[in-house]
Design a protein around this ligand. Structure first.
Ligand code: 13P
Length: 370
């Protein structure tokens, strides 16, 4: 993946480099706009271009956020995918990544519960083991393909890669992608410094504007890492101050308390006009992630509150597969079990009954890199 890396924030020179955008109008008029008011009274107005209608269709009507559906994040970088494959004794070869991702995208009936799939760039251009484009298989399943144009970065760090992003997003659109995701993280134990938070916000805003201009609905993914010994109240305080979401840490095992704080935060910070809010699983067990999502949907929300899970959808599936062709069907069945459980949780109807011990195992890894 071109120009994708992270770098540690060491000085304030980054802010100086970004100051030039204040007050400048980056796009010409059309529908669907986002307004930012960064630090000066002169507003930065960003408007979507010729894709405005299609963006709305993708985000709202064209399957991205219908009731009972969510997103399968299968966008692990090659390095991270390699760790997953190693956990079942497989080498990190393109053929093994292709076999695993073929299994995921072609699970029969997946589109009933999954509306979008986030791909790593390799998968966007890849065919299944039987020679069909992965993207076409997803579209046949009524799943909108999207991709991650860049990995995020951890601790006090920022995302790089805005340079040249517009030509990459234009190429991704041509290849069939209709949405994109950009994750940027802050770490409470390492700060978060005002500089890291501001950089994250600006990076996300500019990525979103560039994606929209290429016809990709931007998923804006700010994340507070789970790492640290602080309590849920400290996470809430940071999240509220900075408009982030993700205060699971000390709410683990207490879905009702955790969801109460999440909803309080979201109601205070997220306008109802935002169509959907998708949660990551972030290292929770499969069951815990589903229980937490279910708790969030016990009463009507102004937004579609759903999932964009990688680990909490794939863990049991990967282990069941174990790299053996004869296990593909069983692995796809377990993927469907998780997808259906999260679909029920999106509707607030998940009970947690009959879950396997494997699905209850936590997956938190300190300093996890996606
Ligand atoms: P996890 O569910 O493993 O945290 O990853 C989610 C993700 O990448 C969402 O885009």
């Amino acid at each position: 993946m071109a120009a994708a890396s992270s770098a540690t924030l060491k000085s304030s020179s980054v802010i100086d480099k970004c100051e030039w955008i204040k007050g400048q109008s980056l796009r010409q008029a059309s529908a669907a706009f986002v307004r930012c008011h960064p630090t000066s009274p002169s507003a930065l107005t960003v408007r979507a271009s010729s894709y405005a209608d299609e963006l709305v269709k993708t985000a709202v009507k064209n399957n991205c956020i219908p009731p009972g559906r969510g997103i399968l994040a299968m966008d692990e970088s090659n390095a991270t995918c390699g760790k997953r494959l190693a956990s079942i004794g497989l080498e990190n070869t393109e053929a093994n990544r292709q076999a695993y991702r073929t299994l995921l995208v072609s699970a029969p009936g997946l589109g009933e519960y999954i509306s979008g799939a986030i791909l790593f760039e390799e998968t966007l251009y890849q065919s299944t083991t039987d020679g069909k484009k992965m993207v076409d298989v997803l579209v046949e399943q009524n799943i909108v393909p999207g991709l991650v144009p860049l990995p995020g970065s951890n601790n006090e760090s920022w995302c790089q890669g805005l340079d040249g992003l517009s030509s990459r997003t234009a190429a991704y659109y041509q290849q069939g992608a209709r949405f994109a995701k950009w994750r940027t993280v802050v770490s409470i134990p390492n700060g978060p410094s005002a500089l890291a938070v501001k950089e994250a916000a600006w990076g996300l805003a500019r990525y979103a504007a560039i994606s929209q201009d290429s016809g990709l609905v931007p998923i804006v993914e700010p994340e507070i890492l789970l790492d640290g010994d602080h309590g849920i109240d400290r996470t809430f305080e940071v999240a509220q101050k900075h408009g982030y979401s993700g205060c699971r840490k000390q709410g683990q095992g207490h879905p009702a308390a955790s969801s109460r704080l999440h909803l309080k935060l979201l109601h205070r910070r997220i306008p109802p006009a935002v169509p959907g809010i998708m949660f990551l699983s972030g290292g929770q067990s499969e069951v815990e992630a589903t229980l937490n999502l279910n708790a969030m949907n016990q009463s009507p929300n102004p937004w579609h509150v759903s999932f964009s899970y990688a680990r909490a959808l794939q863990n049991t599936c990967l282990k069941t597969w174990g790299g053996r062709p004869e296990n593909v069907k069983a692995a796809q069945d377990t993927l469907l079990v998780r997808a259906k459980a999260n679909s029920l949780a999106q509707l607030g109807k998940y009970t947690g009954d009959g879950e396997s011990e494997e699905a209850k195992k936590g997956m938190f890894v300190k300093g996890y890199v996606y």
